[in-house]
Design a protein around this ligand. Structure first.
Ligand SMILES: Cc1ncc(COP(=O)(O)O)c(C=O)c1O
Length: 435
């Protein structure tokens, strides 16, 4: 990696040009580095755990396309298989065999998914799962948690996380839609009990990130997910786990395998497409059969189940099945997080690291984050300075305090050690009274 950043003149020029023809120069808001002091990255290539910008600077990448690349950039097996596949034709809008192969693998790895349908983005997966839940139950209301992000469909852009964090609802979402989406703080067990009672006959579904990763990494409190399972079942509402980030990341079976909970529907994205635009939603067969053309809930897509993306997903999941994959990923995660945690405790600093296999966030300004209210205590200036110090030294963290960092299988021990040492050096250089 580049240990001292070179000139970024070419990046700046390209970004400026992009801004003339693309709003704020980006096709997804957080890429514009809002609230940071740096010109956004303009990337030229990636390999393993590194990306190279158009000026030739190398960075160890802890964003990894927002978690899509659990095997790192340009994994040789995925490159080879997708090149072979694309030479056969990139899209048909007709069934191909690879769709059923990937679907079978998904149902084997995530047993709550009896049937699955592929779409092109996590947004589409969550939007479709909500529509299906409404169609299946014949009810309208949904419950989501503040700071959870489920993509940018109207019903779900309410008290959302990620780039939308801090706004109650996006402009352009009709008030009628807002009324159909009930919200509660993440981990609010008591609040859920009350809400389930009050809306017992109207609630179609509860959608939740079983491990929240869009306000930074926030774990569910003991009993929270179990309560959601029990209470939703009692009133006939569906439980939807949005595992767009956690699916195939925290375990082969996702967060539902870690916590031993069987949702009715699951949304998948990112890893399932192996770095290509694919996502999925699936669950109990009787619910999935409510989809058109079998059932009355319409859902469709020109590029859904795209064969190149399906191939990339299939190859990725096959590689994840190798024995010891998740143990190694967890070791790589703690190789970074444990020494930082020890440093924070030793120095008595008001900051914390929250993590789980392959994911971590360093929060400045608090010792625990359990919901979005805790995030209000965070210190954005601290994160801004911290991000820039690492960036200068060739380490690219996810560019927001409210996002998670992603470890891939491609992160090398040397790069992890360099990152760990650099983080500790940077933290040591910040006077303790500034925490
Ligand atoms: C948990 C979760 N759900 C849904 C989405 C939306 O996925 P996409 O960006 O592919 O539309 C995201 C995106 O980051 C996500 O983190």
């Amino acid at each position: 990696m580049t240990t001292e950043l070179l000139d970024r003149a070419k990046s700046e020029k390209i970004y400026e040009e992009s801004c003339r023809v693309i709003p704020k120069g980006v096709n997804s808001p957080v890429r514009s580095f809002p609230d940071l002091d740096e010109t956004p990255l303009v990337v030229a290539s990636g390999s393993g755990d590194q990306i190279v910008d158009v000026d030739g600077n190398r960075y160890i990448d802890f964003c990894q396309s927002w978690g899509a690349l659990i095997l790192g950039h340009a994994h040789p097996q995925i490159v080879e298989a997708t090149q072979r596949r694309i030479a056969l034709g990139s899209t048909f809008g007709i069934t191909t065999e690879i769709e059923a192969k990937l679907a079978k693998k998904v149902t084997e790895l995530v047993p709550s998914i009896e049937k699955v349908r592929f779409v092109s983005s996590g947004t589409e997966a969550c939007m479709s799962a909500i529509r299906l839940a409404r169609g299946f139950t014949g009810r309208d209301l949904i419950l989501k948690f503040v700071g959870n992000y489920h993509g940018h469909a109207d019903s779900l852009l309410i008290q959302a996380g990620s780039g939308c964090l801090g706004t109650s609802a996006s402009a352009g979402v009709p008030e009628e839609f807002v009324k159909k989406t009930l919200t509660l703080p993440y981990n609010d067990i008591e609040g859920c009990h009350r809400l389930f009672q009050e809306y017992s006959s109207q609630l179609a579904a509860v959608i939740v990130e079983p491990i929240a990763a869009n306000m930074g990494l926030v774990l569910p409190k003991p009993g929270f997910l179990e309560m959601l399972r029990e209470e939703s079942q009692k009133i006939g509402a569906l439980l939807i786990f949005d595992e767009v980030i956690t699916g195939f990341r925290v375990a082969l079976g996702g967060a539902q395998a870690v916590y031993g909970i069987k949702p009715d529907l699951t949304c998948l994205g990112k890893i399932v497409g192996g770095g290509f635009p694919a996502a999925a939603f699936g669950g109990r067969g009787e619910i999935m059969d409510y989809l058109a053309p079998l059932g009355p809930v319409y859902q469709a897509g020109t590029l859904s189940g795209n064969p190149v993306a399906m191939e990339a997903g299939f190859q990725t999941l096959s590689l994840l099945e190798r024995p010891g994959f998740y143990e190694k990923l967890a070791e790589k995660t703690t190789a970074i997080t444990q020494p930082i945690k020890d440093h924070l405790v030793r120095k008595g600093l008001n900051a914390c690291v929250q993590e789980c296999c392959g994911l971590f966030t360093l929060f400045f300004g608090t010792r625990e984050v359990t919901d979005l209210d805790d995030c209000k205590k965070l210190d954005p200036d601290h994160f801004r300075r911290f991000f820039s110090e690492l960036f200068k030294r060739g380490i690219y963290l996810s560019p927001s305090q409210h996002e998670s960092n992603f470890i891939s299988a491609a992160h090398t021990p040397d790069h992890l050690a360099y990152t760990r040492d650099t983080i500790i050096d940077v933290l040591s250089a910040i006077p303790a009274e500034h925490f």
